[in-house]
Design a protein around this ligand. Structure first.
Ligand code: PLP
Length: 383
């Protein structure tokens, strides 16, 4: 097990200063190798090594459990985060008059499935969060009809990290299920769902988990899983999937209940390699490396006059940091120029709203962080 970052695993750093892991991550070398190995196996052997693929699937499920701090039996492999959130929205036994509580400004995947429940008489309440006490804002909004609260544990544009412990406790006390969109969390910050009062966690793998698109981890507690009344059925969900003439169609109790058909086997090969890389590093190391880089960015930006840094309160940092020009910029011209200058200097960021979002990963070289800061300084001073 190596705790030293092997930069050859991240060839992207030779070409770009890549600060956009909150969007889509480049694949590390080990992930490319795993996918290429799978491609070669298919080319040369077709599916003859299916038994080996199943072993990879099992290994990937174990590693998913490790990353989540959960039992692998509670993990389901789905297509994407939206898939998981819709599974919950479509599956719970809603009654007219029920309510869902979500933070205002959520990514559409954690908004649209709940809004669509209006046709079943369910009201979705979008709550503005006080960044200093965001959990309290949500807790105050819980009412007698709140069946579910659904939150991003890290906000996709604010980078605000929620404390799931007090929120989950309040939800439990209110008889409210807590669903967590962890796509901006898992793979960047530690997670220990076994210790948290949460019911569902969903996370696509193409951001911080360093995988190709098209695979997501879905975690459900055994009790919460039973609350999903409607879900797709199919051959692959059973421990003996090749029993095609099954008499007893009782769905399995574990997470495979939500895997009706053939899985994304190539994605699982990739995930298995990416998860090993992250687990070999250790998620506490990954988290502290990311937060160190975010601190360096924050401190560097704070020294540049003319820049305003969004400042989550202490302890709420994540892998996401946003900033914008301090001056009025109604037409977005300054931000456009700044974003353009970063791109010209091969610093890859994301434009989000009135600002720019920076999201380094644990391997991002610190001198590249300084390069990004100097490009920003030159551009802001030139204005
Ligand atoms: C908070 C959040 N949820 C969901 C998604 C995307 O979900 P999906 O995996 O369905 O594409 C994103 C980003 O693209 C996101 O930032």
């Amino acid at each position: 097990m190596s705790h030293v970052v092997d930069v050859r695993s991240f060839p992207i750093i030779d070409r770009y200063c890549y600060l956009n892991h909150a969007a889509i991550s480049p694949w590390p070398g080990v992930v490319v190798d795993a996918v290429e190995g799978f491609v070669a196996d298919n080319r040369e052997n077709g599916p003859l090594n299916y038994a080996r693929w199943l072993k990879i699937e099992g290994q990937a499920r174990n590693r998913a459990g490790q990353l989540l701090g959960a039992s692998p039996g509670d993990v389901s492999f789905l297509k994407n985060t939206s898939d998981g959130l819709n599974l919950i929205a479509n599956g719970l036994d809603w009654q007219p008059g029920d309510e869902v509580v979500i933070p205002a400004g959520e990514f559409p995947s954690n908004r649209l499935p709940w809004l669509a429940l209006a046709e079943r008489g369910v009201e979705t309440r979008e709550i503005s969060l006080d960044p200093k006490t965001p959990e309290a804002s949500l807790v105050e909004a819980l009412g007698p009809r709140t069946r579910l609260a659904s939150v991003s544990s890290v906000g996709y544009s604010s980078g605000l990290r929620l404390d799931l412990e007090p929120l989950g406790r309040a939800c439990r006390a209110n008889g409210t299920l807590l669903c967590v969109d962890a796509i901006q969390h898992l793979g960047s910050l530690e997670m220990d769902v076994g210790r948290l009062p949460v019911d569902f966690v969903v996370a696509g793998c193409h951001k911080w988990l360093l995988c190709p698109e098209g695979l997501a981890l879905f975690w459900s507690s055994p009790e919460a899983r039973e609350r999903i009344m409607r879900f797709p059925r199919g051959w692959r969900m059973y421990p003996d999937p090749f029993t095609f003439n099954r008499e007893d169609a009782t769905p399995p109790a574990d997470g495979r209940r939500f895997e009706p058909g053939t899985l994304n086997m190539m994605g699982l090969h990739a995930f298995n390699a990416a998860a090993k890389l992250l687990l070999d590093q250790g998620m506490s190391r990954v988290e502290s490396a990311i937060l160190t880089r975010i601190d360096r960015l924050r401190q560097g930006l704070a020294r540049i006059p003319g820049v305003h840094v969004a400042d989550p309160p202490a302890g709420r940092n994540s892998g996401i940091l946003c900033f914008r020009p301090a001056a009025e910029d109604p037409g977005g011209e300054q931000i456009g120029n700044l974003y353009g200058a970063l791109g010209e200097n091969r610093v890859i960021t994301a434009r989000r709203g009135r600002g720019i979002r920076l999201s380094p990963h644990f391997y991002t070289p610190v001198d590249q962080i300084d390069l990004a800061l100097s490009v920003i300084e030159d551009q802001v001073v030139a204005v």
